[in-house]
Design a protein around this ligand. Structure first.
Ligand SMILES: *Cc1c(COP(=O)(O)O)cnc(C)c1O
Length: 382
């Protein structure tokens, strides 16, 4: 049997490798010029004023929560249908999660249900562009404006996606990206926050380096002098990683094109099966981080688990994204969430399978996924 095709993976070429080697041979492995260069190019690509590079997407979310001033006693409204890092980040600052269920035909937050959950303690809306599909930002911005809330976007899936012609990264107050190898571009581990507000930009940079600031004009006390003004951490990206990021960013339009091509092929070949998949509204363009199917369970003779195991056995490295956050033991124990709280998210989770999708897939791989998935579903169809 051929080897398993994973659900996602990186694409590293010779240019990436020589870019990293050049960084390794340079004077700076970290805190050098490549980080700033990567930030400038990234900000330009997404159309934001500022970008701050960090060591992973989780750190990007933490830094964004810090910049937003999220603190003990605050509430943050978010979706239960995401990776736990989207919620852990503000819980770390002492805020309480207030979940709003997803829509029943999408994996994104139902923005029409947000207003009913706003309280005096609500500080921010943390939204997730699931699988690369942007949330309805016009609606979300309207709500945020009315209630004076900060919008943080977890765009770990949606680098390169657009909403009404605008790139993700230029819309929310703070937008967080991940460069894990399964994401749109990679630096091994890495992340970025973009913003248009100088106030947030300064906070992000300070938090990234221990909360330390050094004013080059303030030399009266001595040239060595610096001050720690906030409780920060070390969240720095290295120049080695930034070198890879710069090189990867050059290839993003090709990556996106290929992802969209594969999604089109899957949609075309699965339209007659008892499964559904996310359709792209006319005003968005998704980079498609994931290709998710939802099984029509009433039309199948076996459980999702059996379909999943069968696909894996036949060489598809399928995955399920994700266990809803409110169902994790920590969230049940700490906040009292229980099964039944967010029925749309729970139903989506019960039906979901992510199929292999990454730009380096060959046409042969794509055809293999199509054939295997069709065979398995046909076999189990009622
Ligand atoms: C990948 C991911 C993260 C975390 O990013 P890391 O770089 O792995 O820390 C956060 N949120 C979502 C939705 C993700 O997919």
């Amino acid at each position: 049997m051929a080897k398993t095709i994973p659900y996602g993976r990186q694409w590293i070429d010779k240019k990436d490798i020589s870019s990293v080697i050049a960084a390794l041979k340079s004077d700076f492995l970290t805190q050098g010029p490549r980080v700033e260069e990567f930030e400038k190019l990234f900000a330009k690509f997404v159309g934001a004023k500022y970008a701050v590079a960090v060591n992973n997407g989780t750190s990007a979310l933490l830094a964004a929560c810090f910049a937003a001033g999220i603190t003990n006693g605050d509430e943050v409204i978010t979706t239960p249908y995401t990776f736990s890092a989207s919620v852990n980040c503000f819980v770390w600052f002492g805020a309480k999660p207030v979940f709003v269920d997803i829509k029943n035909n999408s994996f994104n937050i139902d923005e029409t249900k947000i207003e009913g959950t706003i309280s005096k303690k609500t500080k921010a809306l943390l939204v997730v562009d699931f699988a690369g599909v942007p949330c309805d930002y016009d609606q979300i911005k309207k709500i945020a404006k009315t209630h004076n809330l900060i919008i943080i976007a977890d765009a770990a899936h949606s680098l390169g996606s657009t909403y009404k012609g605008k790139k993700i990264g230029s819309i929310a107050d703070l937008t967080c990206f991940s460069f894990h190898p399964v994401k749109t571009i990679t630096t091994g581990e890495g992340g970025m926050i973009t913003t248009n507000k100088f106030k947030y930009y300064q906070k992000l940079k300070t938090f990234r380096t221990h909360g330390i600031v050094k004013d080059p004009k303030n030399t009266a006390r001595g040239k060595w002098y610096y001050e720690m003004v906030e409780l920060g951490l070390n969240l720095r990206l290295t120049d080695i990683q930034a070198a890879l990021g710069i090189s990867q960013l050059n290839k993003i339009s090709g990556f996106t094109r290929r992802r969209r091509e594969i999604v089109d092929a899957y949609n075309k070949h699965f339209s007659d099966l008892p499964v559904s998949f996310t359709k792209e509204p006319s005003f968005i363009k998704s980079t498609w981080h994931l290709y998710q199917v939802r099984l029509a369970k009433n039309l199948l003779r076996v459980s999702r688990k059996e379909v999943f195991d069968q696909l894996q056995k036949r060489g598809l490295g399928v995955q399920v994204h994700y266990v809803p956050v409110h169902l994790h033991p920590y969230y049940k124990k700490m906040f009292g969430f229980k099964r039944g709280d967010f029925p749309n998210a729970e139903k989506a989770y019960e039906e979901e399978i992510s199929l292999p999708l990454f730009p380096k897939m060959s046409n042969h791989d794509v055809n293999f996924v199509i054939k295997t998935f069709r065979d398995v579903i046909r076999k189990y169809q009622k």
